[in-house]
Design a protein around this ligand. Structure first.
Ligand code: NAD
Length: 269
């Protein structure tokens, strides 16, 4: 995709920007003219994304953050204001998953996933909103998941955390709409990022995932970045409180897949 101007003169923070969806989004935000604080708990990965942005002629600054920690998130927002003088877009994208049922998961697993996936969105709003309010508006985006819309098995705290992100998004959007701040979430289907690529090494898991998405393939990180950049931009100026599903058709079909073959039987192979 050729560079555009969708985010010209905007300043954005992207968390989890050292890998996968966050890295693709930070690159795309910069391609669209934003100056980007590239934030990740793995500082060397944030530095790599920032170097990739510089190679493409964009402007960014790497930052090491733990999105679950209040002091760290406050420091991230302060660093963005120090470096770029404003904050227009906060993309809460960092997240984590611990597989397991309620019986299998430890309390520490529960607390970690809820802190990284949900507390982070609360903290991001806590520290970003005052700056956005003073500027007259802004856009907050969070990466939820289709796992926040279904009760699929094997990752009970992940599912609970992403459902919480979706309703937190709605509540934040209501509170901060009068300040001109839009708050939205994105619910991706299965996207080919490093942790997912590791899961898909099992042929059965891959086959199940390919079948679940009616487009017959997994999504690419850039396909989530495309939606994030739109939500961040003024093109989405009347969109708030939404959880936008980007899932290659996964939610469109029931587990039956097909009810009947539309062709008469004598024409079937
Ligand atoms: N890949 C998918 O299929 C998929 C589907 C639905 C939702 N998601 C969500 O998308 C987001 C990005 O996932 P991804 O697949 O790109 O994974 P990824 O592992 O490629 O990227 C996640 C990044 O977040 C960083 N991170 C983890 N904990 C952090 C913390 N406490 N503070 C700051 N940074 C932290 C990691 O270092 C990593 O660089 C997550 O919220 C994930 O739950 C992914």
């Amino acid at each position: 995709m050729s560079p555009g101007n969708l985010l010209r003169e905007k300043v954005a923070i992207v968390t989890g920007a050292g890998s996968g969806i966050g890295a693709a989004s930070a690159l795309r935000f910069a391609d669209e003219g934003a100056r980007v604080l590239v934030a990740d708990i793995r500082g060397h990965k944030a530095e790599q994304t920032a170097a990739d942005i510089a190679d493409r002629g964009g402007v960014s600054s790497p930052f090491t953050v733990n999105v679950a920690d209040a002091e760290s998130v406050a420091g991230m927002v302060a660093a963005c204001i120090d470096e770029f003088g404003r904050l227009d877009v906060l993309f809460n994208n960092a997240g984590t998953l611990r597989p397991g049922t309620a019986v299998e998961l430890s309390l520490a697993d529960w607390d970690l996933v809820m802190a990284v996936n949900v507390r982070s969105v609360f903290l991001g709003a806590k520290y970003a909103v005052p700056h956005m309010q003073a500027q007259g508006g802004g856009s907050i985006i969070s990466t939820a998941s289709i796992s926040g819309l279904h009760g699929d098995g094997g990752a009970v705290v992940y599912a609970a955390s992403k459902a919480a992100v979706i309703n937190l998004t709605r509540a934040l959007s209501t509170d901060h709409a009068p300040a001109g701040i839009r708050v939205n979430a994105i619910c991706p289907g299965t996207i080919e990022t490093p942790p997912v690529q590791r899961m898909m090494a099992d042929p059965d898991v891959l086959e199940r995932n390919l079948r679940a998405h009616t487009l017959g393939r997994l999504g690419r990180p850039e396909e989530i970045a495309n939606v994030a950049v739109w939500l961040a931009s003024d093109e989405a100026s009347f969109v708030t409180g939404e959880a936008i599903v980007v899932d290659g058709g996964l939610r469109a079909q029931s587990p039956l897949g097909r009810i009947a073959d539309p062709r008469p039987s004598h024409l079937r192979e």
